[in-house]
Design a protein around this ligand. Structure first.
Ligand SMILES: [Zn+2]
Ligand SMILES: [Zn+2]
Ligand SMILES: [Zn+2]
Length: 143
């Protein structure tokens, strides 16, 4: 019996652009605690903010929201803000978990969880205020 090893792609994070290679894991996100640090503490200077479209809840500093939205203001996470009809749901290119506190990256069409960005040292954040445009220095390891 021969064992055929699963082929390893040269750039696994690009697999998210090919849904047939990839099975996203669906989890239930709690609306009452931060999707990044999992704390439900709401601080005066670092408030919990919920997306009015998908319901994801994050701290201002965990997701990079310089100004807390007012009580009556609409706030959308970046995934909902940049959503376009007909486009597939954004998927983190670092893990298989669907949804969550996602951020766009410097690579068009690729998204990353704010929490994945914190835990994976090769993923760097270039703009620490808004936390967008993380640069994948990982890419430089591959020709
Ligand atoms: Zn948090
Ligand atoms: Zn949202
Ligand atoms: Zn992720």
């Amino acid at each position: 019996m021969t064992h055929t090893p699963t082929p390893v792609s040269a750039a696994p994070w690009l697999d998210v652009l090919q849904p047939e290679l990839y099975t996203p894991i669906r989890v239930k996100w709690a609306g009452d605690r931060c999707a990044v640090c999992d704390s439900d503490l709401d601080y005066e200077t670092d408030q919990l903010v919920s997306c009015d479209a998908c319901g994801i809840t994050v701290h201002q500093t965990c997701y990079g929201i310089p100004e807390a939205p007012g009580m009556d203001d609409l706030w959308l996470c970046r995934a909902c803000e940049l959503k376009e009809p007909g486009r597939p749901e954004p998927q983190c290119c670092m893990c298989p978990v669907a949804g969550g506190a996602l951020k766009p990256t410097t690579l068009p069409g690729l998204w990353c969880h704010a929490v994945c960005m914190q835990w994976i040292p090769e993923v760097i954040c270039l703009d620490t205020t808004r936390w967008d445009f993380s640069l994948f220095s990982l890419l430089s390891h591959f020709p």
